[in-house]
Design a protein around this ligand. Structure first.
Ligand code: 1CP
Length: 361
């Protein structure tokens, strides 16, 4: 079996994102934005014209260029790989597409024990185009760290069981609560796929990884602990030997922050509903926090954005006095498609101008 460590792993001693993610102090506050690649940028829309989303994700040159665009334009402290959480499912042979304006749509939703048993596993060579893109990026990005990612087992399961995006996740919860044995088998398969996708990216040289459990916030803490946590824990455990910072994030997960920290990441992402100092209490000491500007605030004008960023910096500093080991600026969820790119650049500049830590006012 091939491991995850790689002799080609880069050393980036001056990268503020990596320093902060490992709990070291930094000369300025690091920032990157979820969904910074492939959303609001005109140069992205131009490049993607006439090319399907999945087709782009399996084109190494496009992956490289789209990933690098927001780094060049905004001066963020990390790049996130342009891909999608369903890419490893597609690569493994599951019939699905990403429909513009909708999201992932699964041809044959997974509803029974037979469906689960028929699911393929991912072989590393099936994501060769993604790892080729990673290798191009290591040259292209210079000293800017590259974050790889995967969808967490629960969020992947929601797409597979529902057949597409879902507001209520009712079929997913029905399987989880009504047929727990089938559920755990399904999450076991998705854990294997997420681990293999992350290991492929790690072997190609990504500098950090984020596990997106975007829809875990639909669960109660008790449901999360029983039906999801053991699987997410296994994802983190199986990539631990790579020694890179591991980030865990979900939306609306205020009630789950402690449990998501227990899954094993170094960094816990926080959405905008819970202030960072409160998140520090819920997560407990010893974790770095990431977040948590409401993506809608970027529509409210410069003054409002700066006021909100100053507040978040203050709350981050308080979180650190409560035991958090660092803070990485980000949004509380992804960049919204209609966001003015200049508002993003201005936010990055403002964050970089903030003193570390912020003095009292
Ligand atoms: O962050 C980045 O800039 C890198 C690119 C990236 C990432 C990290 C994309 C490109 N997708 C993702 C992850 C992803 N995909 C998540 C987790 C992050 C999050 O919560 O936002 C999720 C839930 C998906 C699933 C997905 N793919 C959706 C959401 C649908 C829903 O359920 O509401 C959508 C719309 C997509 C398609 C997609 N992925 C990425 C892009 C640029 C697009 C739009 C492409 C298009 O329509 O042409």
């Amino acid at each position: 079996m091939s491991g995850v460590s790689t002799p080609t792993r880069r050393r980036l001693p001056d990268a503020t994102f990596l320093a902060a993610a490992t709990g070291a102090s930094t000369a300025r506050r690091p920032v990157w934005f979820m969904r910074q690649a492939g959303r609001s940028l005109p140069e992205y829309r131009e490049l993607r014209a006439g090319i399907g989303m999945l087709e782009s994700c399996f084109d190494p040159e496009l992956v490289c260029e789209i990933t690098a665009q927001p780094v060049r334009r905004h001066g963020v402290d990390a790049a996130i790989l342009f891909s999608d959480i369903v890419v490893p499912l597609k690569a493994a042979g599951i019939d699905l597409d990403i429909v513009p304006g909708v999201g992932p749509v699964i041809a044959n939703p997974v509803r029974s024990a037979e469906d689960v048993r028929a699911l393929p596993r991912l072989r590393r060579e099936e994501v060769g185009a993604v790892t080729d893109g990673v290798r191009l990026l290591l040259d292209e990005l210079g000293d800017t760290p590259l974050i790889g990612f995967a969808g967490a087992p629960f969020t992947l399961a929601s797409y597979l069981v529902e057949g597409g995006p879902s507001r209520n996740h009712e079929r997913t919860k029905a399987m989880m609560l009504g047929e727990p044995q089938i559920w755990h088998e399904l999450l076991g398969v998705l854990t294997d796929i997420a681990v293999e996708f992350l290991r492929a990216q790690l072997a190609a040289g990504v500098d950090a990884v984020q596990l997106f459990d975007s829809w875990a916030g639909a669960l109660s803490a008790a449901q999360y602990r029983e039906f999801v946590l053991p699987h997410s824990q296994r994802v983190f455990a199986e990539i631990a030997e790579a020694g890179v910072p591991r980030i865990h994030f979900g939306v609306g997960t205020g009630e789950l922050l402690g449990a998501m920290g227990e899954a094993g990441p170094e960094v816990v992402g926080v959405d905008w509903r819970v202030p960072l100092h409160e998140a520090a209490r819920r997560v407990g000491p010893g974790k770095v926090l990431q977040g948590n500007l409401d993506p809608a605030v970027l529509f409210a004008g410069r003054e409002v954005v700066e006021r909100e960023l100053r507040r978040i910096a203050r709350e981050a500093d308080e979180a650190i006095t409560l035991g958090a080991t660092g803070h990485i600026f980000n949004l509380g969820h992804g960049v919204l498609p209609d966001t003015d790119p200049e508002a993003i650049t201005a936010a990055v500049e403002f964050i970089h101008s903030l003193p570390v830590p912020l003095g009292g006012e």
